[in-house]
Design a protein around this ligand. Sequence first.
Ligand code: ADP
Ligand code: ZN
Length: 524
Amino acid sequence: MIVVQFSSLESALKHFFGYDVFRPGQKQIIEEAINNRDLLVIMPTGGGKSLCFQLPALLKPGLTIVVSPLIALMQDQVDSLQDNGIGATFLNSTLDYATERSRQQAILQGKIKLLYVAPERLLNERFNPFLQQIVSHVGVSAIAIDEAHCVSDWGHDFRPEYRQLRQLRQQYPKIPITALTATATKRVQQDIIGQLRLRQPNVHLASFNRPNISYEVRAKDSNSYYHLLQAIKQQSGAGIVYCLSRRKVEEVALKLKNDGIDALPYHAGLSDRERANNQTSFLRDDVRVIVATIAFGMGINKPDVRFVFHFDLPRSLESFYQESGRAGRDGEAAKSVLFFSFGDLKKIDYLIAQKPDINEQRIAKQQLNQVVDYAEGTTCRRTIVLRYFGEIFSGNCSNCDNCLNPKPTEDWTIEAQKFLSCVARCEQKFGMRQIIDVLRGSRSKKVQQYGHHLLSTHGIGKNKTLDEWKMLGRSLLHQGLLSESNDGYRILKLNKRSWEILRKQKSVTVAINKPANSQVNKAY
Ligand code: ADP
Ligand code: ZN
């Protein structure tokens, strides 16, 4: 391999990939990778993670091993590297003997800079001698572990074989490791670092904002299919419609087809062949819309998906973000629409209540509540989503329904003071429902049991309805004027800003959200 000298990383970027500038974060990560640091790279889908190990691989002597969980994903990346004239290949169980042999030879002859393998293969006893040959003949410049959250059972896609990867560190302690993921929770991060035995890794957490995706929530009523159809007709380009069940996927795909939309279903109940065919048709633009369950996900690398519609409620805000994030990976404008109804909410609530494990129920409920917060939110949707990832976004993104069509606001300072002082009187030990019951003068069993009917705040909020108080409570939470415990019980807690309101140092405005129908929201 001819070693090309570059005057700068930018010129190397241009040379190998044809891009002029780095995306945010990429350059520093690449510099650190070249300096053999262990790295944990957390970037949203489409953020450009691959380049973070691909460019260092090209600039360092030896070969970089890339661990990737899905055959389709490997194939995809290797194809596009080869299109750029880069020596890349993969080894997995789909290859016949002759192909495998010839690839192994190419590797040992130093023709390959990036070798993609599945984790189970890498740790296979038969593969081990070959790995040692690579190390001694050509050298391994780094190990990149893609989709590294698979190592964590706290993530959404735990794969036991990923756990074994720690053996690599034991066997080859000198080879630096770059772990990459789009999952941003703290817990998963810690798990990745611990499980893979990363050595004082530099952690790069990119912003999860996807400015080119517009966010919108639409009310879903009895005529919902018609609204979906209209929405798709108004949209150009390819899109994904997510539904909750296989049955619903089939039904919606069929209806769309009958209504002249080029659509195919995708769910785990189809045969492997059918699934693969439908996926390929979508990737090749032979079909415009794929109607899918969450089975359609990781590894779908189609950069020009223009819209992702959630026709049913997603399970969590994390899945909502990941799923809607499949839109607009090319950086062009794309759309996320969530169709929301209280009826759906009740259905899911019911399903959660069927779960045998109480702890599982609690987590599922907490996750669902975060989705409801998003759906019912009156502030910038982007702010709500990003806060979930621990990111402070100051709002007014000009690219979500709430920013573009703000709801009318009213001064509710007095109500907020009542609400917060009731939280204080209840010693910050209760959730929203109890606080509102006390404010509205309820004599429920739970109110009396705790003696809350004797509090000075009991009954001071009779002038507002249950829904109005909920609207205020959620608004306070969204605006960060009130906090809640995140243990699933959603205990309301006063924070510094709550006290400013109580001390009359701060006023409160609330966006008035008139719900599509005013049924009681059972999730709270
Ligand atoms: P991720 O793995 O983080 O989801 P990818 O690595 O697949 O994202 O990158 C998403 C897209 O962005 C790809 O099409 C990739 O070629 C492109 N890309 C990455 N870095 C750059 C860059 N610096 N300039 C332009 N396009 C880039
Ligand atoms: Zn916004």
